[in-house]
Design a binder for this molecule. Structure first.
Ligand code: MRU
Length: 367
């Protein structure tokens, strides 16, 4: 593989006015990019998971609105029409809707002032990703304090073992991710850490993306089958779980990649702290009951019936893992009830997963 990655890379960047994104469907075997020139390109990249992860979906959606404004030659009505399509690209990660709505609100004001909508949209999309950079650095610092406290209790030479699910690293939110931000910070501070990486069937974001990210940063990690975490917890081999989230309600219920809930249950049963890391753009303060109110994405059955990987001939290919006549159900996310969440690691600090604590820290976001 062409390994030209360096620490200053992001999951996307601007080039000649277009958005270049890392094609995450090809990682870890091939580091290739795609150039998004139109709002339809942005919608497709989100839909087919060329880009994924709540934060990056929001960023690409925001740049998609900029591309829509450019295609519309600055016409607000046409920009809104194209942006409405981007907004529907995936249902669960609220950052997508949040980013499109934020851009449209800014464009409406700008149109009233007769400003150049293309310029304004670009500036606002850049502002969102700049905010994410600062946010993820702060999430890293607050989350690292938890790791540091555990490190002090460990016998000399023993690492702090952290379990994570899916990919919530820099491929998911610029520029340090959410769940992986405290891990990167701990590594920077020279703490002895080791990460258990859930493979995260069916799309294997853990095996393909998290293992790759951690490997690039030389952070010790071990890939495990999704069902292994519970046993590791019973053996006392998990000190802390940190996962990301795609939508968190005002009462602290957390939607994240399918399988997160089962890990939270196992953590609860074994007294292992279970933290969720998120930038505030991932709160959906309009809703309270995650199970009843969060739309869970249903994806193609083929993602369960087939597995993608590197073939003997060096090409990326798919193999079927179930009988030809078998059908499958593929929910992309599940909801972890707030009672199973030890705390929420945010850019403003760590709060409890309940309405009082969340609204205490994020009063300005309550509608
Ligand atoms: O379907 P994906 O790969 O977009 O799902 C991503 C996750 O579930 C991440 O854990 C999540 O986005 C939280 S981190 C931004």
């Amino acid at each position: 593989m062409n390994s030209t990655y360096n620490q200053s890379w992001k999951a996307f960047w601007l080039e000649d006015g277009n958005l270049v994104v890392i094609d995450q469907t090809q990682l870890p075997f091939s580091l290739v990019t795609k150039t998004l020139k139109t709002s339809a390109d942005a919608t497709l990249a989100i839909k087919d998971m060329t880009v994924r992860g709540a934060g990056v979906i929001g960023n690409v959606a925001a740049f998609g609105v900029y591309l829509a404004a450019r295609e519309s030659k600055g016409d607000l009505a046409k920009t809104k029409e194209l942006s409405a399509v981007i907004r529907l690209a995936r249902p669960t990660a609220v950052n997508l809707m949040w980013a499109v709505d934020r851009l449209i609100a800014v464009l409406e004001k700008a149109a009233a002032q007769k400003l150049d909508l293309v310029e304004v949209a670009l500036k606002e999309a850049i502002a969102i990703s700049d905010e994410d950079v600062i946010g993820t650095r702060n999430i890293g610092k607050y989350g690292c304090e938890l790791i540091e406290a555990i490190a002090k209790t460990k016998p000399k030479g023993e690492p702090v073992n952290i379990l994570t699910h899916c990919n919530a690293g820099w491929l998911a939110i610029v520029d340090r991710g959410s769940a992986l931000a405290p891990i990167y910070e701990a590594s920077d501070r020279g703490l002895n850490i080791h990460v258990w990486v859930d493979e995260t069937r069916p799309r294997n974001q853990g095996a393909n993306l998290t293992a790759w990210e951690l490997g690039q940063s030389k952070i010790p990690h071990t890939l495990i089958a999704d069902n292994t975490g519970g046993l590791l917890m019973q053996y006392g081999k998990v000190d802390l779980c940190i996962v990301g989230t795609d939508r968190t309600t005002r009462s602290g219920d957390v939607a994240n990649k399918i399988g997160t809930y089962l890990k939270a249950l196992a953590a609860f049963d074994n007294n292992v702290p279970f933290y969720v890391a998120l930038p505030s753009s991932t709160f959906d303060m309009q809703i309270s009951d995650g199970v009843k109110e969060i739309a869970i994405e249903t994806r193609s059955a083929d993602e369960v019936l087939y597995m993608q990987g590197l073939q003997a001939d060096g090409a990326i290919g798919k193999v079927r893992v179930a009988p030809l006549e078998t059908t499958a159900l593929n929910y992309g996310f599940d909801v972890t009830p707030a009672r199973l969440v030890t705390g929420l690691i945010t850019e403003r600090g760590i709060c409890e997963a309940n309405e009082t604590s969340i609204s205490g820290m994020f009063l300005d976001l309550i509608p």
